[in-house]
Ligand binder design. Structure first.
Ligand code: GNR
Ligand code: NI
Length: 180
């Protein structure tokens, strides 16, 4: 099921997500919903808090830019090692229409549980490395706008407020097709 993506500065996006104790069918269903929601929104990643679920689960799919890479779901991801530096113009499905340069390590090694609950280790470079860090930030209540200047962040905050009031007005008169 495609779920609604929360828009910053929604309070849930500032909270720290809790570790998953057991990778069971409910977690696999959450992962399925996250892939569907990410794909519908044409994102390269999604973290569970973005759909209002405070669990440490992320999904990633950078195959449009990195064709050799497959979509991956990570439960309880932990960045073990980082290396280098890389600047990428980041966007976020919770900050629609905005993009700003963010500098992060270029290469990361991440340990996580897969959908079967098996421990895995992955080393990522390029967009996937950026996306893994962007998503693990979400699990700690951190947004890409927390990595840019406060002046840019406050301008974006104003634009999000306008976008939200526009959407509220629109949805008041004309409910979304799927909500009717
Ligand atoms: O779709 C997304 N694109 C993106 C581009 C550059 C750096 C990070 C990202 S992640 C983002 C989807 C999203 O908001 N994930 O939390
Ligand atoms: Ni994001």
């Amino acid at each position: 099921m495609v779920r609604e993506i929360l828009v910053w500065p929604h309070p849930v996006l500032k909270q720290k997500a809790l570790p998953v104790e057991l990778v069971d069918d409910s977690v696999r269903e959450l992962i399925r919903d996250m892939f569907e929601s990410m794909n519908e929104a044409e994102g390269v990643g999604l973290a569970a808090p973005q759909i209002g679920v405070l669990k440490r689960v992320i999904v990633l799919d950078t195959s449009s830019k990195q064709p050799h890479l497959k979509p991956v779901a990570m439960v309880n991801p932990e960045i073990l090692e980082v290396e280098g530096s890389y600047v990428y113009k980041e966007g976020c499905l919770s900050v629609p229409g905005e993009a700003e340069d963010v500098e992060r390590p270029a290469k990361v090694t991440v340990r996580y549980l897969d959908e079967q609950g098996q421990p895995q280790t992955l080393t990522a470079e390029g967009l996937l490395a950026t996306a893994v860090q962007h998503e693990t930030d979400h699990l700690n209540g951190i947004m890409f706008v927390d990595h840019i200047s406060s002046l840019k962040r406050e301008l974006i905050r104003k634009r999000m407020k306008k976008l939200q009031s526009y959407r509220a007005e629109r949805d008041h008169d004309e409910p979304r097709a799927e909500a009717r």
